[in-house]
Design a protein around this ligand. Structure first.
Ligand SMILES: [Cu+2]
Length: 519
């Protein structure tokens, strides 16, 4: 996984664009060094059979993914083909199909990993973009099979968000209904069916598509975007309340409505909302729910304006941003500007301790609308997909050259720090319970700086609703660590389910993760 990426192939560019590129080169921060220990390193691009538009890391370390159609099909066929990517043999990995795939199309659904390692998927597309399917399905990695769920989903859902709740249920919110109108209902799915007594209705006029939602420490669900107005949902009563008690003006993000922006729960009760909007912005904001003031604050701007980008929480607590476009023109009128020079190939990394962004190495592929990124157990990051849409929203497909049935692996700078030797977890439990103290055998217990859990990812449309990080308490013994799992009272901070456990040395170099389950 340390192959060097080939230089981006030069494309014929009109003179006016060359001027733009030269200007950008002049204002973009110069790379401090081409060294991998500073900028990280991209693998060569590799084929993924189809576009990784919806992607979930399974407890096996494999990735479940799907796109909207197979090559050569019409834009909205009746169903799609979910696949499994197994990176364990080394790149490009092995890709296989899942069994008993749903009879409807999972494209533009909402999904989340359940606490038992199955994947819950709400909605999808029916005949046209915007028109949702009123069905839900579950994928079980143990059988490699899909099962359609019984019961009413209160109308179709195209672009809904599904968030796993600490009690193991799933909150399903909004999306477009069968007729392409906004579905303003929310439901809870639990133990194999939709809870019939729970059917919340959003109090505002128009519910947002793909709302950015996080379970926060008090157990409520916080919606951070794309609407500027930030609100909590109490999932026991269906009651929405403003971020700042009753004052709507103090409850908004600073930078207005921002669609296609990632929102990341990067620490306990702390959220980073990054870029997005049309025109795309460089602005990023943070919210600390531990602060009684409860106000959004600016952190540093990114080095590039971005929309349609992805943000990935790394095992050291930093946030990696990849892809997206800085343009607000092009064929799609700014929805997904792929004009040469507008897609951002450089990754960048946000440090929560300083608020600063560092520009990193450049990918070789545009990763904009319908791209995904997720953290893999070896502490590298998968960056994949992009494309497969109708630029003018008229049913005509995009330029096939802009649909990327491929991926690249990014190795962050932490993998090239120090001696290059990584901590090794030699043994750790598969299951732990809340509050349990357990033993982790590791190569150099006295050089361990952190033991962190990162929840497995489930990502689509620039939002990863599953990722979160837990910083654990530990003590070092002769050949092992004694690690304490989160307490039963921390269930909202660390919901039950699967996490990648990383041991990091004092220089911040992470081990390969051990995937374990807390329950
Ligand atoms: Cu889409």
């Amino acid at each position: 996984m340390t192959l060097r990426a080939p230089r981006r192939t030069a494309v014929a560019i009109r003179p006016v664009i060359v001027v733009v590129l030269q200007t950008l080169a002049a204002i973009a921060p110069a790379p401090a060094s081409a060294q991998p220990s500073v900028q990280g390193q991209w693998s060569a691009k590799f084929d993924t059979q189809n576009l990784m538009m919806h992607a979930t890391l399974l407890p096996s370390g494999k990735v479940l993914f799907w796109s909207r159609r197979e090559v050569g099909e019409v834009l909205n066929p009746p169903n799609c083909t979910p696949r499994i990517w197994d990176p364990s043999p080394g790149l490009p990995g092995v890709i296989t199909e899942t069994l008993n795939k749903p009879t409807y199309n999972l494209f533009c659904s909402g999904h989340t990993l359940l606490s038992d390692g199955r994947v819950f998927v709400a909605g999808g597309v029916s005949k046209r973009d915007g028109e949702g399917v009123p069905l839900a399905s579950v994928y079980d990695p143990a059988t490699n099979m899909w099962t359609q769920q019984q019961g009413d989903m209160s109308g179709g859902r195209w672009y809904p968000t599904a968030v796993m709740l600490p009690d193991g249920g799933v909150l399903v919110s909004f999306g477009g209904d069968e007729n392409g109108n906004p579905n303003n209902t929310q439901q809870i799915w639990r133990d194999g069916h939709f809870v019939p007594t729970v059917n919340f209705v959003f109090p505002m006029d128009v519910p947002p598509y793909y709302p950015r939602m996080h379970v926060v420490p008090d157990g409520r669900v916080l919606m951070t975007g794309p609407l500027a107005l930030t609100q909590f949902l109490d999932t026991t009563s269906g009651q929405w309340t403003f971020l700042n008690d009753s004052d709507i003006n103090l409850s908004s993000r600073l930078n207005n409505f921002r669609d296609y922006a990632p929102s990341v729960l990067y620490d306990v009760g702390k959220i980073l909302f990054i870029g997005g909007g049309n025109a795309p912005t460089k602005e990023a904001e943070i919210l600390d729910l531990n602060d009684p003031m409860r106000r959004w604050k600016r952190t540093d701007d990114m080095n590039f304006a971005r929309r349609q980008h992805n943000a990935t929480l790394l095992p050291d607590g930093t946030v990696l941003v990849m892809g997206g476009t800085q343009g607000n023109g092009g064929e799609s009128n700014g929805f997904n500007d792929l004009t040469p020079g507008q897609p951002i190939h450089a990754a960048e990394l946000w440090n929560p301790k300083t608020g600063h962004w560092t520009t990193l190495a450049e990918a070789s592929v545009d990763r904009c609308y319908h791209s995904t990124a997720l953290l893999l157990p070896d502490a590298t990051v998968l960056s994949a997909g992009g494309g497969e849409y109708s630029p003018r929203n008229d049913g005509q497909q995009n330029d096939p050259n802009d649909s990327h049935r491929d991926a690249q692996i990014y190795s962050p700078p932490y993998l090239f720090k120090g001696t290059g030797e990584r901590p090794v977890i030699t043994s750790a439990p598969d299951n732990v319970t809340y509050g349990q103290t357990f033993t982790v055998a590791t190569s150099h217990p006295n050089e361990v700086g952190q033991v962190n859990w990162v929840r497995l990812s489930s990502v689509t449309h620039s939002f990863n609703d599953n990722q979160r990080i837990i910083f654990l308490k530990f003590t070092a013994a002769t050949a092992s660590l004694s690690v304490t799992a989160p307490a039963p009272t921390d269930i909202n901070v660390c919901p039950p389910g699967h996490y990648m456990m990383f041991v990091l040395d004092t220089a911040g170099v992470p081990s390969v993760a051990k995937i374990l389950r807390i329950h």
